[in-house]
Ligand binder design. Structure first.
Ligand code: AMP
Length: 136
C-alpha cells in the first residue's frame, strides 16, 4: 500500500473530504462515515502506518488526541462514556489499513458493550456542527 492508494492518507492530505473535529501535529480526527454511535470518531496518524502493531510508537503518538477527542465528545454531545478501540489486522475486523483508533461515545440510554454497534441513525453534518460549534 502506498500513500497515494491509502484512503486515510488521502483524508489527511485533504484530497478526500472528511468531517474533521480535531487535529494536532501527529494526528487528524474525523467522524466515522458509518457510525456505531452518534459522534463515532476515528483518530489517525498523519504518517502512514498499516496498523497499531506495525509500529511501536504510533499508539503513543495518538494518545493525546484520543484523550482530547473522548472528552470533547462527552462535553459537546452529552455522552457519559466512551469505548476506545483499535483493530489491528484483517481477522480483527480491520478494513482500512492505515492505523486508527475508534473513539465511540456512549449514552446512558443505550449502555454496555453488547450495544456497541448501534444501530444509530446520525446526521453527520448536524453532529459535526454540535461538536465543532461551526455552522452546517
Ligand atoms: P476498521 O474496520 O477498524 O478498519 O474501521 C474502518 C472505519 O473506517 C469503519 O468504521 C468505516 O466506517 C470508516 N470509514 C471508511 N471510509 C471512511 C471515510 N471515507 N470517512 C470516514 N470514515 C470512513
Amino acid at each position: 500500500m502506498t500513500e497515494s492508494d491509502c484512503l486515510f492518507c488521502r483524508i489527511v492530505s485533504g484530497e478526500i473530504p472528511s468531517k474533521q473535529i480535531h487535529s494536532d501535529d501527529a494526528s487528524v480526527t474525523f467522524l466515522d462515515i458509518s457510525p456505531w454511535q452518534e459522534g463515532h470518531a476515528l483518530v489517525i496518524p498523519r504518517r502512514h502506518v498499516a496498523d497499531a502493531l506495525a509500529d511501536e510508537s504510533v499508539l503513543a503518538e495518538l494518545a493525546p488526541a484520543v484523550v482530547a477527542v473522548g472528552n470533547l465528545l462527552k462535553e459537546r454531545l452529552g455522552a457519559s462514556a466512551c469505548n476506545i478501540l483499535t483493530n489491528a489486522g484483517a481477522d480483527s475486523g480491520q478494513e482500512v489499513f492505515h492505523a486508527h483508533v475508534h473513539v465511540i461515545p456512549r449514552y446512558a440510554d443505550n449502555p454496555g458493550i453488547a450495544n456497541l454497534r448501534g444501530p444509530v441513525e446520525s446526521d453527520l453534518d448536524e453532529v459535526h456542527a454540535r461538536i465543532t460549534g461551526k455552522g452546517r
